[in-house]
Ligand binder design. Sequence first.
Ligand code: B3K
Ligand code: ZN
Length: 853
Amino acid sequence: MKDAAAEMTQETIYLEDYTPFGFVVEEVHLTFLLDPGATRVKSKISFAPNPDATDKTFFLHGEDLKLISAKINGKPVTADVTAQGLTCSVPTKPFVWESEVEIAPDKNTALEGLYMSNGMYCTQCEAEGFRKITYYPDRPDVMSTFTVRIEGPHNVLLSNGNPEKSGKNWAEWHDPWPKPSYLFALVAGELVNFPGSFRTCSGNKVELNIWVRPGDENKCAFGMEALKKSMRWDEEVYGREYDLDVFNIVAVDDFNMGAMENKGLNVFNSSCVLASPETSTDANFERIEAIIAHEYFHNWTGNRITCRDWFQLCLKEGLTVFRDSQFTSDMRSAPVKRIGDVMDLRGRQFPEDQGPLSHPVRPESFQEINNFYTATVYEKGAEVIGMLKRLVGDEGYAEALELYFARHDGQACTIENWLKVFEDVTGRDLSQFKRWYSQSGTPRLAVDEAYADGTYTLTFRQKTPPTPGQDEKLPQVLPIAVGLLNDNGDEVVETTLLEMTEAEQSFEFKGLSGKPVPSILRGFSAPVVLERASTHAERAFLLAHDTDPFNRWEVSYNLARDGLVAMVRDGAGPDLAWIDALAQVIRDDTLDPAFRELMLNGPSQSELAQVLFEAGTTPDPDAIWQASETLKQAMAERWSAFLPSLAEAAKVTDDYTPDAEQVGKRALGAAVLSLQTRLDGGAAAQAQFSGADNMTLQLSALSCLIRAGQETDALAAFEEQWQGDRLVMDKWFGLQIGATAPVNAAARAEALTGHAAFDWKNPNRFRAVFGALAMNHAGFHRKDGKGYALLADALIRLDAMNPQTTARMCSAFQTWRRYDADRQALMQAALERIAGQPNLSRDTTEMVSRILG
Ligand code: B3K
Ligand code: ZN
């Protein structure tokens, strides 16, 4: 173990300690002389004392920089330099700071700051990467205009804002909008563009470009259309217009996350922008559309109005996720999007909020801010905004947003600023609602019901279990959408929003002619765990009659969950009554195929482990896997008579498009194929694989063949066909670990790290292999600990190169306390082995110590 003293040297930053910087920055001029091993960065920055600040210490962040020279008002100065930055004595009046530093982009494997990817220069500054480029007050509340000159022998030289001037081997850019340093970007390389253009609502013409490596131009058309749709949607729905002459997107292969919203120059992980039917799945297309929208929407929610400090991250991220969900709902199917979002919330955010990494939507302390780009900040943050909108209504929300943009444009803001616009517009007191930002944990909501003399009473009790650092919780505001149905299945009370504010609270519905059947938490109106015992008969009734698509799906999900729990815990057989009821829904061709496919999705194996754990049963991953296999086998056998006709009906005969209609059909077709494979040993999957003319069909067939153990030839053929396409090869690496029987997963992951195309330095490839291992629930949680040991070895190796991606992947261990003593001991040993490494990064040190608790 690393000694306690070493651990304690990691500084913790607290929200309550915020103070403004002592200086304002009026202008920034940067010059880059590009060189892989020795790039020179010259800065010329106009500072003035900040009248709002008391502490006038002149501290500039700077890490891994070689300081060549520093001047104030043209005269050389000597600065006091440490590993974190420099201080210097400065005039009490406005002054100009100049510095020259040297950096080595080709050595930068952390992919933060200025780095190289396949010969191209690229930056990633959020959250604190700018300090690896030059000395600067690298904090989001310091906003300034930037003028950038880039010199280098590359055909493309890009930065933020509008192009000013250029010549052979140089270009100058000017961004007129004041921005924090985290939104700075620079790209240089031998790139080609896929051009487009957009006319804004007030008639301005914007030049659009997607810049890619030569050969990738044919994968840009979809992204370009998604960008135009996003620009139009933001004008129409939020009244937000684009504000520069150009909007550039660049695709880069080595990137720690999905994409980055740098002002006017979005940088994308190539997996999140490049798409073609042959190489991308329907899911890829949907994700690309959503991410392009998300980054574009940041132009207003994030860039024009940014965060005062990193504790306010949800101000931009929760809101922008909420906005991109609205966009996808409008472009595609709103119920399908909602169900997908809730599955994602339960799959990623709930485990986070119910384990050692639980933190509020607005955290109050951190050691490494990159560790807080979490499902809680993003997805729960978006849920909080959805609740706010439900409470104040669509009009109140629209007015509040108008006021937010008008009042705070050009500012660095807080959650207090955000809530105040809602208070001012609606006259509501949101002080209790604000607990959603400060209390961590998932509230549990229990319900009792009573009926007498035409009055139906629902009594709710809310309770949030203790989470790290928060033993006691206060009641939160819960918007609970409820509808009531009569015995005939008619809706006697339409969706009504109940506003719960107490720990226990009753709501009455009067004038009913009989005891109704309630449909509670429609649309998943609050991110809680609803605890309500329900009879089989009532669920079957709602499955047939609920008009709320989300709750109709929820009933099926709950039936699947409870059936699986009974199988694992009590040794019960599959719930045949549910399988038969579900058959009616699956075969109902008046329903959207995408919705029908979603109805087949019960909880994941990991979610089931959590459910068992909470019910007091130690989850056995092998038994969970076995139960889920038995259930699917039973479904396949019970539905064998109609599977072929369902498969036929799900076939798409038109040319491929990634639109919602075709996507839904292919999703249903894939679910049917996987059931058929259980009956025919892989014959139908083999036929689909051989005849597939798009990646969605090819990959769903390959997945079935892997599950059936029939994959050897198909995997070889796939590799032969796609070895030249790195994004498709990521799928090849991941699928053979993710879809295989648990017993093989760890060995396959280990073997694949020896494959010639495995690259430790490429986060996509690393995640393909180790993300897939962590997702193969029973495979990762092998009883002998091989999965844990392998992941720990990989994380130790990666940490020296790329702390951010390493720290993120540590969360695979976050559920460790759910499992039996042997597995817990093995996971603890793996975590302690990581923690004990010399020179472990700040990122990984923080994550491992939080997980260990
Ligand atoms: N804002 C970036 C995420 C930056 C992550 C830094 N570790 C992408 C996004 O949320 O849109
Ligand atoms: Zn974002």
